[in-house]
Design a protein around this ligand. Structure first.
Ligand code: GUN
Length: 282
């Protein structure tokens, strides 16, 4: 039996319809939601992601500004840019596109962002809030995954959830969100022995490792929900971390790549930007 595909575009459209109304309400109240994106260097993938963020904002009537800094920009220049955006009363959301060139310190830059404008949810205040179950900004990709699970009525409470990958952007916050909905959560990573023994026990399997075809059908419990967060380029084609052909035979639900989770990341960024504008109230 082939898996039901979870359509990121459909879920995105449904969420963005509501967000468009919220954006209008804010504008009617004299607040123009405004996202500032800082892009350092000329990494081709980052350029594409940032362009898609600009387009997403434009469609919803959110103002966006992209600040482009050269690949040779200094730590001081980057920090000054963030400080200026913190102080800019017209800016509600600040996003520093990652990864940064190697000579720049990511943690220091993230720590500098005003937590009230941290629409990525990467600042320690926001990760701490997530850890403590307190309201705050939640990283966009994992919150997009939760939105997709909700849309398709996938039961979470009491289920075994396995997250493969332990990044700060996806794996760790993903595990916390699933835990907050009462899943029994396991995180697997590059040092995990016999990953398949864990993935085969998963009712919900979220994969974010950046390796094309990493999860194959024999590693998936029949009927499981499989969420593929990977974006890999193979022979000019975009593929996920899941071997689509074999896994779609085993899984009950599966997110395709492209057309799955990727759509949701920007949608949740737009939501966070509106939340920031609403909370700042100016
Ligand atoms: N690079 C890849 N994903 C992300 C993201 O969600 N936010 C930022 N700032 N950079 C990224």
């Amino acid at each position: 039996m082939a898996a039901t595909l979870m359509d990121g575009k459909a879920v995105s459209s449904a969420v963005r319809e509501k967000l468009a109304l919220r954006a209008q309400t804010l504008r009617d109240a004299g607040i123009e939601p405004h996202l500032a994106v800082v892009l350092v260097g000329d990494d081709p993938a980052s350029q594409i992601y940032v362009r898609n963020k600009e387009r997403g904002c434009a469609k919803l009537g959110i103002r966006s500004t992209v600040i482009r800094l050269g690949a040779d920009c200094t730590q001081q220049e980057l920090e000054d840019t963030v400080r200026k955006l913190n102080e800019d009363l017209s800016v509600h959301g600040i996003l520093v596109q990652l990864p940064l060139p190697r000579h720049l310190k990511e943690e220091t830059v993230i720590a500098l962002i005003d937590p009230r404008k941290d629409v990525d949810g990467f600042h320690a205040i926001n990760t701490g809030n997530l850890m403590n179950g307190v309201k705050g900004f939640v990283p966009c990709t994992p919150s997009g995954v939760m939105e997709m699970l909700r849309y398709y009525d996938i039961p979470i409470s009491g289920r075994n959830a396995v997250v493969v990958g332990r990044s700060n952007i996806v794996g760790k916050p993903m595990a916390l969100l699933l835990l907050s909905e009462n899943a029994t959560v396991t995180i697997c990573h590059s040092r995990t022995k016999d990953i398949a023994s864990f993935t085969r026990a998963a009712d919900i399997l979220v994969v974010a490792v950046g390796k094309a075809g990493f999860i194959t059908g024999d590693m998936v419990k029949p009927g499981a929900t499989v969420v593929d967060v990977g974006i890999n380029r193979v022979d000019g084609k975009v593929v996920g971390d899941v071997d689509f052909e074999s896994v779609s035979e085993a899984a009950g639900y599966l997110t395709p790549v492209p057309g799955g989770v990727g759509q949701m990341t920007i949608t949740m960024l737009l939501k966070n930007t509106l939340d920031a504008a609403q909370a700042l109230g100016r």
